[in-house]
Design a protein around this ligand. Structure first.
Ligand code: PAF
Length: 296
């Protein structure tokens, strides 16, 4: 496995392989790799010729009061994992190389980024969209893999790739969970033992919303109330948001008459967790069947 630090060397490597018709895959990460990343990397390994994993804790996507300084960094373990999974290149740029003096451009995806994570973390998605656009420009992948846990991030990246005519296939893989349902995240290491014990209540609440929709509920407010009630039983949990949305636009639904995504964020002590599940009610299922019959 090669380790490349300089963006220009990374691009030169990709261009050389690209000329030979090699399919290049990219798994963008901020390191502190866990089983969720490993699953993405394995999937990617099976589906491309040359695999790049980028490891870059991107300062631009953290707000001033967020955890950039304390975000877990475990470069040598990350490299070992990548080597074991037969990654071809670990791309590890420095912040100075990614954002040199007089760097100015910001990529923003205002509509999809506005709500939910965008409200709680106002600069976050501009930082994500900018760095992902840069990584795509530097690595020149044919295919890139993302995890569904960051549902809104996936929607932002899909939109920017479409709007900027980037010829890159995006693949979103299901969230990888611990045995008790907690979505894997690099930040889970910051949960105390007691918080870790309570954390699966979040996924359970989302599942109760999903089940209620699957049993025919169409009033989004009522479904939301069921999820909120489940979480409010535990005083240590603070709800940041819970929302039932259109899966493409991420606009909130009043009536659940199509497939929906339930998005949520909670705080447990100093840790903020996000998660989501898809849900299809009866009306949504009938629509999906009709769309399938029409070949859409
Ligand atoms: O999901 C992440 O780890 C990051 O947001 C990403 C996509 C690597 C951009 O920094």
């Amino acid at each position: 496995m090669k380790t490349i630090h300089a963006p220009a060397s990374m691009t030169a490597w990709s261009q050389r392989l690209g000329r030979e018709g090699v399919v290049i895959g990219l798994v963008p990460t901020m390191g502190a790799l866990h089983e969720g990343h490993r699953t993405l990397i394995r999937q990617a390994r099976l589906n491309c010729d040359a695999l790049v994993v980028s490891i870059f804790v991107n300062p631009a996507q953290f707000g001033p009061s967020e955890d950039f300084a304390t975000y877990p960094r475990r470069l040598s373990q990350d490299r070992t994992l990548c080597r074991k999974e037969s990654v071809d290149v670990c791309f590890e740029p420095t912040a100075a190389a990614m954002y040199p003096e007089r760097f100015q451009t910001v990529v923003s995806v205002p509509s999809i980024a506005r709500r939910w994570e965008g409200e709680s973390r106002p600069h976050h998605f501009a930082g994500v969209a900018t760095v992902v656009t840069k990584l795509f420009g530097i690595v020149r992948p044919d295919v890139a893999w993302f995890g569904q846990k960051d549902y809104q991030q996936c929607a932002v990246v899909r939109q920017l790739a479409k709007d900027l005519n980037l010829d890159i296939r995006l693949i979103v893989r299901p969230t990888v969970r611990d045995r008790d349902g907690l979505a894997m995240s690099s930040r889970n290491v910051f949960l105390t033992a007691e918080e870790r014990r309570l954390a699966p209540m979040f996924y359970q609440a989302l599942l109760s919303g999903q089940r209620t929709i699957e049993h025919g509920a169409t009033d989004a407010k009522a479904v939301q109330a069921i999820m909120e009630k489940a979480l409010r039983e535990e005083p240590a949990i603070r709800i940041d948001y819970l929302a039932i949305c259109d899966p493409d636009t991420l606009e909130p639904l009043e009536r659940i008459d199509r497939q929906a995504v339930i998005l949520g964020a909670i705080r447990l002590g100093s840790v903020r967790l996000i998660d989501n599940v898809l849900a299809s009610g009866k009306a949504g299922r009938i629509r999906s069947v009709k769309a399938l019959q029409k070949g859409r």
